[in-house]
Design a protein around this ligand. Structure first.
Ligand code: 5GP
Ligand code: MN
Length: 339
C-alpha cells in the first residue's frame, strides 16, 4: 500500500545529505503552522547537529503564538533582511509545512519556486500542487503538527523531542482541532496528546496563552462583529461578517486579531455556513475565511470554486479581488444560487 511511510527512507536520505535547511509555512501563520514548523526545527537541530536549520515565515506570527520556543529566532521574510535572504539562498533542503501550493507563501513563494534545493511537503490539506520533490500529504491527519509527530516517531526520533517541541506540537494540535472538537479522525490523535503530556507540557497553561490573551481592543472588535456586523440569512442557514480597513483601524487591528472570529456564527443552531471578509491593508483584495459544520457542506470546494482558494472540508479560505461591498453582494448571490 502506498502511504507516507514509504517515503521515510527517502526523507532520511535527504536529511543525511543536507548541510543547510529551511523550514517554511504559510502566510499569516496560525497555531498549526507555527507549532509544526518550530517542533520540526527543534527535532532537526537535535537529530542533525551538523546541519544548519532555520524557520522562515512569510510574515510575522501573531502575538498569541510568540511564546512558542524558537518563534523569536524565525526569519520573517517580509522584513526583507539581507542575512535572511542569504541564508535562504544557501539552503540545500526546503521543508514546506501546513500548506500545499507555493502561492500560499506570497513573495517568498517566488523565491522558493526558482530555488534549486529539493522541496519536501508535509501537509494535511486536499489536492497538493505538483511542486514538491517529496510529498507527505495525508488529509486524515488532524493537523500538520500530528503529521510531524508521526514522522519523527517513524524516524525513531521520539526521544529527541524536547518539552519546547512538545509544547509547539500541542499548540498546533489544539488550535487546528478547535480543542479536539473537529478533525480528530483516529484515536492516535489522543494518544499523541497523552504522549505530549508525558513530555511535561502544561496543557492548561498553553490553552491560557493561546485563548485567554486578547487585548481589550481585540475583545471589543469581536463584540462589534457580533453585535453590529454579523448578517444572518436563516433561509440559507448562513451568516457573514465583513470588515473594512477603517473599521479595523478603529480597533487598532493587529495580525491575528480576527483569528477564530469566523467560527462564532456557527454557534447559532441554524447556521451551518459562516464567512468572514476582511479588506487587505493595501485594499487590493478581500481575505476570505469560510467555515461549515456537519458533513454535507464542503467549504473547501466553495473556496476553490468562488474565491481562488482551498483548505479543508469544514475550514477554508481564499481571496476576492474587488471591493468589500462587491464581495458581500457576490457572497449573497452565491447563497441564493447554491443554498
Ligand atoms: P483561515 O480561514 O484560518 O485563514 O484558513 C482556513 C483554512 O483554509 C486553512 O487550513 C488554510 O490553510 C486554508 N486556506 C486559507 N486561505 C487559503 C488560500 O488562499 N488558498 C488555499 N488553498 N487555502 C487557504
Ligand atoms: Mn493545519
Amino acid at each position: 500500500m502506498l502511504t507516507w511511510k514509504n517515503n521515510i527512507e527517502a526523507l532520511r536520505n535527504l536529511l543525511s545529505n543536507a548541510r543547510q535547511c529551511l523550514v517554511t509555512s504559510h502566510v499569516n501563520p496560525d497555531g498549526d503552522a507555527v507549532g509544526a514548523s518550530l517542533a520540526w526545527w527543534s527535532y532537526l537541530k537535535a537529530a542533525y547537529p551538523e546541519m544548519e536549520a532555520r524557520v522562515a515565515f512569510p510574515n510575522r506570527c501573531p502575538e498569541f503564538l510568540r511564546w512558542v520556543e524558537g518563534a523569536d529566532q524565525a526569519i520573517v521574510y517580509a522584513d526583507g533582511s539581507e542575512s535572511a535572504q542569504r541564508y535562504i539562498k544557501g539552503c540545500d533542503l526546503i521543508f514546506c509545512l501546513d500548506f500545499n501550493a507555493l502561492n500560499r507563501l506570497d513573495g517568498m513563494g517566488e523565491a522558493l519556486a526558482s530555488h534549486a534545493a529539493p522541496r519536501v511537503l508535509i501537509d494535511h490539506h486536499r489536492q497538493p500542487a505538483d511542486e514538491f520533490q517529496l510529498a507527505f500529504s495525508d488529509i486524515s491527519m488532524s493537523s500538520t503538527s500530528e503529521f510531524i509527530y508521526r514522522i519523527v516517531a517513524a524516524l525513531g526520533g521520539k526521544p529527541l523531542l524536547s518539552k519546547g517541541a512538545a509544547e509547539a506540537l500541542y499548540a498546533g494540535l489544539v488550535t487546528d482541532t478547535g480543542s479536539f472538537s473537529f478533525g480528530v479522525n483516529t484515536p492516535e490523535t489522543f494518544r499523541m496528546a497523552a504522549d505530549l503530556m508525558e513530555l511535561g507540557i502544561d496543557k492548561d497553561e498553553i490553552a491560557n496563552k493561546i485563548y485567554d490573551s486578547y487585548s481589550e481592543k481585540r475583545m471589543r472588535l469581536l463584540g462589534y462583529c457580533l453585535q453590529s456586523k454579523m448578517r444572518v440569512f436563516p433561509r440559507h442557514r448562513a451568516a457573514y461578517v465583513a470588515l473594512s480597513r477603517s473599521e479595523l483601524d478603529e480597533f487598532c487591528f493587529q495580525p491575528g486579531d480576527t483569528e477564530g472570529f469566523v467560527n462564532f456564527p456557527l454557534s447559532i443552531k441554524k447556521v451551518r455556513l459562516s464567512a468572514l471578509f476582511i479588506e487587505s491593508a493595501d485594499k487590493t483584495h478581500i481575505r476570505v475565511s469560510l467555515r461549515s459544520k456537519g458533513k454535507d457542506l464542503s467549504v473547501s470546494e466553495l473556496a476553490r470554486k468562488y474565491f481562488n482558494g482551498g483548505g479543508h472540508f469544514n475550514a477554508s479560505g481564499g481571496k476576492y479581488f474587488d471591493s468589500l461591498k462587491n464581495c458581500e453582494d457576490y457572497f449573497e448571490k452565491i447563497l441564493k444560487d447554491e443554498f
